[in-house]
Design a protein around this ligand. Structure first.
Ligand code: ZN
Length: 220
């Protein structure tokens, strides 16, 4: 799918996210970064070397995400009685305690938004790695950007660790497979969010350019 021509004008300028200074984008060599002259914030970087690792990290994150949600986070033993819970079990327990807004927040920030981001990135990156720009590219990149601030697995992780430390005084607390998986997912997502979705425009443009060169060579 060809990229709309208006997109090229959007990617020609870059605004500093901190002080709003406008810069014309310059071509960088792989690994090079551009910084704001006024406040020193990183503006953009050449990700050509990093793009090939993004898809494996996104796919690994999806597998770890399934483990996070399929297995218990923690098993607690109090006076010989053992109970365990998953993330979904925690959401249901909160809803049953009439804490609907908290249940909804946990559901959205821990389950829905991370899955949305990973699923949409896989939708973009699988065809791009095969040299094709997927349908609805621009709209999907915008949804990824809008949804990103709502994925808060690291906050959930901190909450669990703090609760477990407090509960360990009252009960025997055994970390479940999902707790370790959440630790791994937190690290993987930190790598994923170090990529600015807006940079995918450049990736798509380089894929499109390579495709045009290939077609021109085939036509000869
Ligand atoms: Zn700046």
């Amino acid at each position: 799918m060809p990229l709309p021509s208006s997109c090229r004008a959007d990617t020609a300028l870059k605004l500093c996210p901190h002080c709003d200074a406008a810069y014309r984008r310059l071509a960088l060599v792989p690994g090079e970064r551009a910084y704001c002259q006024r406040c020193g914030t990183e503006l953009y970087r050449n990700n050509d070397r990093r793009y090939p690792i993004l898809l494996p990290i996104v796919l690994a994150s999806l597998i770890v995400y399934v483990i996070c949600n399929a297995f218990p986070i923690v098993t607690m033993e109090i006076q010989g009685v053992s109970t365990q819970t998953t993330v979904w079990g925690a959401v249901r327990a909160l809803a049953q305690e009439d804490m609907f807004s908290v249940a909804l927040l946990v559901l959205a920030t821990t389950m829905l938004f991370p899955l949305l981001e990973l699923g949409l990135l896989a939708y973009l990156l699988v065809p791009l790695s095969g040299g094709r720009v997927p349908a609805g590219f621009g709209a999907v990149v915008r949804v990824v950007r809008l949804g990103r601030p709502w994925g808060m697995i690291e906050v959930f992780m901190l909450g669990i660790v703090a609760s477990l430390v407090k509960l360990s005084a009252m009960a025997t607390v055994i970390p479940g497979p999902a707790l370790w998986a959440f630790g791994v997912l937190t690290v993987l997502l930190a790598i994923v969010v170090s990529f600015d979705p807006a940079d995918l425009w450049e990736y798509a443009e380089s894929v499109e350019k390579a495709d045009r060169v290939r077609m021109a060579e085939e036509a000869r």
